[in-house]
Design a protein around this ligand. Structure first.
Ligand SMILES: C[S@@+](CC[C@H](N)C(=O)[O-])C[C@H]1O[C@@H](n2cnc3c(N)ncnc32)[C@H](O)[C@@H]1O
Length: 281
């Protein structure tokens, strides 16, 4: 099979060295399942200073990545076989498993990493990239988002994971995956559910499916609404909802409203997390 080609254009190529040399990404590259090319954007900026950024028109703090080096670099890479452009941007389409699956069909993509206050708008106007966000927060650059995209895509390429391993993952069938256990069987008074030790593959699959559904209903009811469920599963969800059968538990430390209650678990300092005393500073 032709390897999926992934090019990355960045001013920090060193950020990719560690992640590309570890785990499944390394394995996929060594096996020829994907080809990874990281390019330093400065190579397309004019010598001797290789400047890739400039002040924003209209003023304001921070610099903007210039359009010319990016467009020049992309055109040259494209002519040499690189894939269509994907611009990492907090303003882009939210990255999810469906988009990872789509990108994993290949044959190639070129990830463009922004920096500073962002990228001159004319890059998007000229290259018409797919703009991708990894979530509603702002990072300092597109390198970590690009690594997120590469990791999520590469693990889906045929031959990277064991056959069928990705199929039970969260979001693959529209649900979260259920709980997982490994040795030892008894730990701190907590038991592995007996069905998992039964050797009955049908019963195990049915248990896993039900636990996945239950967990999704508890944590991500929005996914349950759109997941392809059988009539029996819809009935089970309706029953849980009618019983309101989620056990009452005290809120976890991260669920306590800010400034209202004790500090993080393991802290016995009553001042941690409490509103500031005195109030006038
Ligand atoms: C500081 S951000 C620029 C944010 C921009 N000023 C804005 O408010 O939309 C610099 C670069 O980081 C990358 N970046 C930051 N957050 C991201 C996110 N959530 N998803 C994808 N890329 C992101 C983009 O490449 C962006 O050009």
């Amino acid at each position: 099979m032709t390897p999926v080609r992934i090019d990355v254009l960045t001013i920090f190529p060193g950020m990719f060295e560690g992640p590309f040399a570890a785990g499944m990404i390394r394995k996929a590259a060594l096996a020829g399942i994907c080809r990874l090319h990281v390019h330093d954007l400065r190579a397309w900026a004019p010598a001797p200073h290789r400047v890739v950024d400039d002040e924003a028109y209209g003023g304001g703090p921070g610099m903007v990545l210039k359009a010319e080096p990016i467009v020049r670099a992309y055109r040259e890479l494209r002519a040499a076989g690189a894939g269509p452009p994907v611009l990492l941007s907090p303003q882009g389409r939210r990255f999810d498993q469906a988009l990872a699956r789509k990108l994993a069909r290949g044959p190639a993509m070129t990830l463009l990493c922004g920096r500073y206050e962002g990228v001159d708008e004319r890059v998007a106007a000229i290259l018409q990239p797919l703009e991708v966000s990894i979530g509603d927060f702002v990072l300092t650059g597109g390198e970590l988002p690009a690594l997120v995209v590469v990791d999520a895509v590469v693990r889906l390429l045929p031959g990277v994971l064991a056959e069928g391993a990705a199929e039970s993952d969260s979001f693959s069938a529209g649900l979260l995956e259920g709980p997982q256990y490994t040795r030892p069987r008894h730990l701190w008074g907590l038991e592995v559910p007996p069905v998992l030790l039964s050797g009955d593959h049908g019963a195990i699959a049915a248990w896993r499916r039900r636990e996945a559904l239950r967990r999704t209903w508890e944590r991500r009811p929005d996914l349950v609404r759109t997941a392809p469920l059988s009539l029996a599963e819809r009935a089970a969800v309706a029953e849980w909802a009618a019983e309101a059968s989620v056990p009452e538990r005290p809120p976890a430390w991260w669920a306590v409203p800010e400034g209202d209650g004790p500090g993080p678990a393991g802290t016995d300092d009553p001042e941690v997390g409490a509103p500031a005393a005195g109030g006038s500073s």
